[in-house]
Design a protein around this ligand. Structure first.
Ligand SMILES: [Zn+2]
Length: 343
């Protein structure tokens, strides 16, 4: 009998010390104390071993104990029903979590990657080069004569402390650097940022992006140039696209041409974007001038090649229907977020 009373005291302590947390532990508690084979039930069966003169006393203690166990259970159950998650984990899982914005690719990167990917399919690899360049790699090696207007302070950013250095005005410096390495044949595309001293407006900026391409091997002809670029615009704008080449002049190519594509918006009928012509100018190209090959130590009698270059901003403006080029560099999250799902 005394041992039983001691045992009940221990159970009471256990009930007091059991923390009220969670639906699972509530069920464990219920089975342990109030289940059909639980402690309360077992104690009642002990009743028959209690001497007759103490049965009343024991019954009373047992009833109090039973009540204690039941009260604890009821309290616990009520709390679990009100806020089950808070009790389960200590956290309110229904609260919104901390968001980690993953960002999105910049529209210029999207366009650049798309262009690169098309040329990679034709076996072109990607080459990169410095944005701060010397006169030789940006101008002289490319056959730009001393008096060429591009060298003018009005158009080029020169480095004040080192007048031979400048911010590259095109990505052609990469082509020169790759040609100088002397590994032929050479088939590369050169994407990158370029700088020109231009007034910033909705249509032009003092820096923008270009992608240039270069292919040098024996017997490379203008037909290879045309086919390569035709493949590119078909992949880029669809099989129905029309192209035309117009003769042009660049110091580093001979012959030189501008390539137009039929206007993407009016399909060649004429609209405000194509200035009623039905054509959009997208790139300049030509056969590499023998002088440029020689400048880079390549035998122009043995090797020939073509080169082309285009801006990345303009196709991106057209594709995503953006009206102002300045949006590309303002880092306005409201603008950039719109390209989360763009390709
Ligand atoms: Zn048009």
């Amino acid at each position: 009998m005394e041992a039983l009373l001691q045992q009940i005291e221990q159970y009471k302590q256990e009930i007091h010390n059991t923390p009220v947390n969670g639906t699972e532990s509530l069920e464990v508690y219920r089975i342990r104390f109030l289940g059909t084979k639980g402690i309360v039930k077992n104690l009642f069966t002990e009743m028959r071993n209690v001497p007759a003169d103490r049965k009343k006393e024991f019954g009373q203690i047992l009833n109090e104990f039973k009540q204690l166990a039941e009260t604890k259970y009821e309290e616990w159950k009520t709390q679990v029903e009100v806020q089950p998650d808070v009790i389960d984990t200590g956290f309110d899982l229904s609260l919104p979590g901390t968001e980690f914005p993953v960002g999105s690719r910049h529209p210029i990167s999207l366009m650049r990657n798309r262009m690169i990917e098309i040329f990679q399919r034709l076996g072109f690899s990607v080459a990169e080069g410095p944005e701060i360049e010397d006169d030789w790699h940006n101008f002289t090696a490319l056959n730009l004569p001393e008096h060429h207007p591009a060298r003018d302070m009005q158009d080029t950013f020169y480095i004040q402390q080192q007048p031979d250095w400048l911010l590259r005005t095109h990505t052609s410096n990469i082509q020169i650097r790759e040609m100088e390495k002397g590994k032929l044949p050479l088939r590369i595309v050169c994407p990158g940022r370029v700088y020109r001293n231009e007034t910033i407006s909705a249509r032009s900026h003092c820096f923008f992006h270009q992608i240039e391409g270069l292919y040098i091997d024996e017997h490379v002809s203008f037909a290879d140039l045309k086919q390569t670029l035709y493949y590119f615009v078909q992949e880029m704008y669809g099989k129905d696209i029309k192209v035309r080449f117009r003769p042009s002049y660049f110091p580093f190519t001979e012959p030189s041409a501008e390539m137009d594509i039929s206007c993407l918006l009016c399909n060649g009928k004429g609209c405000s974007v194509c200035k009623k012509t039905g054509w959009l100018e997208i790139l300049g190209c030509g056969m590499i001038h023998p002088k440029v090959l020689e400048n880079c130590g390549i035998d122009s009698n043995k090797y020939s090649g073509f080169a082309f270059g285009m801006g990345i901003e303009r196709p991106a403006l057209l594709k995503y229907d953006i009206k102002d080029i300045r949006l590309f560099s303002e880092n306005d999250a409201r603008f950039l977020k719109q390209f989360t799902a763009a390709t």
